[in-house]
Design a protein around this ligand. Structure first.
Ligand code: GDP
Length: 331
């Protein structure tokens, strides 16, 4: 979306966000999430104006199966950070919300104590759209939170499908929450998700400390067999009890160590540069696909070619070439 000039009321919003006003931030995110064309143009202009004020937060991705204790953990963790004078924003990507129409991560009763804090901002997942669309809006919301001066932005997702990769692709550090006592079925997490993790936490350690310790040991050996994502960081594995606030300080210290180690070797900034380019390319991909589908010549020919391909008269390759060639004239 082309960034238009900033409307006077949007200038006020921008100033409000930069001054750290949560109301202005909430309004900007509503604008970002709107599907209306004029709102999207305004959101693009607002984001452009906010961009120079972004980049200073630690962006934390967090995942785990429902019931592992994500909201309990985020609340304890967030309150710990606020006690140290930091500001914490929590965003969520919940791919199930677009299917069911209601977001489990949007439940108002979650993180009630954290939500009451002046230094906290909690925003549920955008409730409609594809995972790609939701991710794009969450990325933009993350930048708006940074511009509003939040020191830590947590992007939470339920451990299903592709959303972990999407969250890891927009955050500096990715945290995986696990249950120590889950049976093998629940325990069997996908290798791909383990590879994304920069830190693995076994929550609910208070229920069975010995089991948590065993689970940590097993995970450490499993991680040692995986290809390390960085030569400068071996993902630590640690127990917590979010319910009793145990191990939370150690998690924060570990995340600070991570940032220090990654900054020292240059990987922190490098990862963000990669993410920015990946983001740009995913928008280009989406934009091209959109233009393709909107193209009059494509629209006129698509039904025939679709039918011919499904009938086996035209090969998928030939069909794709024919359709793509229709666009050539206009590029
Ligand atoms: P989420 O679905 O991952 O967000 O999980 P919740 O934070 O809603 O937690 C699910 C349940 O586990 C709630 O009843 C929590 O009180 C409980 N819970 C969360 N963390 C702990 C913990 O560290 N120890 C114990 N014993 N219970 C916990």
């Amino acid at each position: 979306m082309q960034a238009a000039g900033l409307l006077p009321e949007d200038r006020e919003l921008v100033d409000g966000v930069i001054a750290g006003q949560r109301r202005a931030l909430a309004k900007v995110i509503t604008l970002i999430e709107s599907t209306r064309h004029d709102h999207q143009a305004r959101a693009a202009a607002v984001l452009d104006a906010l961009l120079p004020h972004t980049g200073r937060a630690l962006r934390i991705g967090l995942t785990g199966v429902p019931g592992v204790g994500k909201s309990t953990f985020i609340e304890a963790f967030g309150l710990h950070l606020i006690a140290q004078g930091l500001k914490v924003a929590v965003l969520a990507i919940d791919p199930s919300s677009s299917r069911s129409g209601g977001s489990i991560l949007g439940d108002k009763t979650r993180m009630e104590r954290l939500a009451q804090q002046e230094a906290a901002f909690i925003r549920p997942s955008p409730s409609s759209g594809t995972l790609g669309g939701v991710a794009e809006k969450t990325r933009e919301a993350l930048l708006a939170c940074e511009a509003a001066g939040f020191d830590v932005v947590i992007v939470e997702t339920v451990g299903v499908g592709q959303s972990e990769t999407v969250v890891a692709g927009m955050t500096d550090v990715f945290v995986l929450l696990q249950l120590p006592n889950a049976g093998d079925d629940l325990q069997a997490i996908k290798k791909g998700i383990m590879e994304l993790a920069d830190l693995v936490i076994y929550n609910k350690a208070d229920l069975d400390a010995a089991a948590a310790e065993r689970a940590c040991l097993q995970m450490r050996s499993a991680l040692a067999l995986l290809h390390a994502s960085s030569p400068h960081w071996r993902p630590p594995v640690m127990p917590t009890s979010a319910l009793h606030g145990q191990g939370i300080d150690k998690v924060w210290q570990t995340l600070l160590d991570y940032r220090a180690a990654m900054t020292a070797c240059g990987e922190f900034a490098e990862k963000r540069r990669h993410q920015a380019l990946d983001w740009m390319w995913s928008l280009i991909d989406a934009g091209l696909r959109h233009r393709f589908r909107e193209h009059p010549a494509v629209q006129a020919t698509l039904p025939d070619i679709t039918q011919a391909v499904t009938a086996g008269v035209v090969s998928p390759t030939a069909g794709a070439h024919r359709l793509l060639n229709l666009m050539n004239r206009y590029f």
